[in-house]
Design a binder for this molecule. Structure first.
Ligand SMILES: Nc1ncnc2c1ncn2[C@@H]1O[C@H](COP(=O)(O)OP(=O)(O)OP(=O)(O)O)[C@@H](O)[C@H]1O
Ligand SMILES: [Mg+2]
Length: 409
């Protein structure tokens, strides 16, 4: 390789490296710089932190950005305070009430001052050693209260709470919230997890309803997704054409994962072609990589849903019509919207009864790729995996059933 070739390769690798750092499809955000503010939710959680007796449950679909939110939260607190302890842990399926609190307390490091005669020594104080093997909510509340008496504030963040499936264990956390609230202890417990409602996360929450501030983390709005792309471009020094941004946002269907993934691969594509503006054609290239990256669970679920030996089967088209509908904030859509989309894909005047069988099969033997809620005459559907609609749309574009223009205003 000649000198010029070497220089070009070096520049290419440098830029690709920058893009890899700017877009994070695989990990939650940890840096405020890359975090797109979820304003409504930030205001609600900060208000709650200010109120004595209020504790927070953050819930939402898988992958909407709950952990990223919890990771950067402390950087948005109005007054930095060195006596404010913010332990943050994630649960796993083997966790018990005791193991969770052991991890919470062992991530707090405190020093204890001891005066002996004229000399003063400082030794580490291990909060977790205050816990007994049969830790109860009362005991945990007592330890947190003693922190408060020593002028420490706390915000305890417990992420992935849905991994604890054992109901009695969940109830112990509800009792802890009740204890903290009843005893007016200054400090906030923040529970984060996947769920459509708080009830799904903490069943016995009726006794603690007044103590809990419920924060629903919705899918991202188009402007929030655009901000992900813009922040990524600032990091890489590239620019993205408005239509390319709109196209990615439409494909991402509110899921930040896809904004990062497509942003990353579209950047690679532009960098390899030695241009500084990312265009729709670079996004089109990114779709190929996105499909290659797709998790096997999504891939096989998609195939199970659309597979048919019958040439005129319309499973693939019905599924695409479902993905084309812009759902409500929680991801639900109704068959009447599917009908419109199916008509425009096929050019045929389908009516709802023509594809009800397909929708119902998607909820059962062909999946479940969809889940149904609501009454018999007014059902609503949701994709069981929130990342699936984007996969279906990308497949639709790749197979030529829809075109880029169909996804752009
Ligand atoms: N506010 C944000 N700004 C920029 N990117 C974000 C933001 N929130 C989430 N993301 C990106 O979206 C993806 C999913 O985020 P995250 O892991 O925080 O979601 P989650 O709701 O905790 O997911 P899970 O339900 O799987 O735990 C990651 O790629 C992350 O980088
Ligand atoms: Mg998470």
């Amino acid at each position: 390789m000649d000198q010029e070739g070497q220089e070009a390769l070096k520049k290419n690798l440098e830029l690709r490296f920058k893009a890899s750092k700017a877009f994070n499809p695989r990990t939650p955000i940890n840096e405020t710089r890359l975090f797109v503010r979820r304003i409504k939710q930030l205001v609600k959680v900060i208000d709650a932190i200010g109120q004595v007796g209020a504790h927070v449950v953050i819930y939402g679909e898988r992958g909407v950005g709950k952990t990223s939110f919890a990771n950067v939260l402390e950087n948005f607190l109005p007054a930095p305070d060195s006596r404010l302890l913010i332990p943050r842990i994630a649960c796993n399926s083997a966790d018990t009430f005791l193991s969770v609190w052991k991890r919470v307390f062992s991530s707090i490091s405190l020093n204890q001052k001891r005066v002996q005669g004229f000399s003063e020594t400082t030794t580490p104080f291990k909060v977790e050693e205050q816990l007994t093997e049969h830790a109860t909510p009362d005991e945990v509340v007592g330890i947190l209260e003693s922190l408060q008496k020593n002028n420490f504030g706390f915000i305890v963040i417990i992420d992935e709470f849905d991994r604890i499936e054992d109901k009695p264990t969940q109830n112990l956390f509800a009792d802890t919230i009740k204890g903290l609230s009843d005893r007016a202890i200054r400090g906030t417990l923040i529970i984060v997890g996947v769920g459509e409602s708080v009830d799904q996360l903490i069943e016995s929450h009726h006794s603690i309803e007044r103590a809990i501030v419920q924060i629903h983390m919705p899918r991202m709005s188009t402007s929030e997704l655009k901000e992900i792309l813009e922040k990524g471009c600032v990091e890489t020094g590239l620019q993205m054409d408005e239509r390319a941004k709109t196209y990615i946002c439409r494909l991402a269907q509110g899921m930040p994962y896809y904004a990062h993934l497509l942003g990353l691969y579209a950047s690679y594509s532009a960098i390899d072609r030695e241009v500084t503006i990312i265009l729709i054609e670079h996004v089109a290239k990114a779709l190929v990589s996105a499909i290659e990256e797709t998790q096997e669970t999504i891939r096989s679920l998609y195939h199970k849903a659309i597979h048919s030996n019958y040439k005129n089967a319309i499973y693939e088209k019905v599924l695409l019509a479902c993905a084309l509908v812009i759902p409500d904030e929680r991801g639900y859509f109704s068959p009447s919207y599917v009908r419109e989309k199916l008509r425009s894909i096929t050019g045929k005047p389908y009516e709802i009864p023509h594809f009800m069988k397909h929708l119902n099969e998607f909820c059962e033997e062909r999946g479940p790729i969809l889940r149904k809620i609501g009454e018999r005459y007014r059902p609503k559907y949701i994709f069981t995996n929130p990342l699936m609609p984007s996969h279906v749309l990308i497949r639709g574009v790749q197979s030529g059933m829809i075109k880029e223009e169909d996804l752009l205003p």
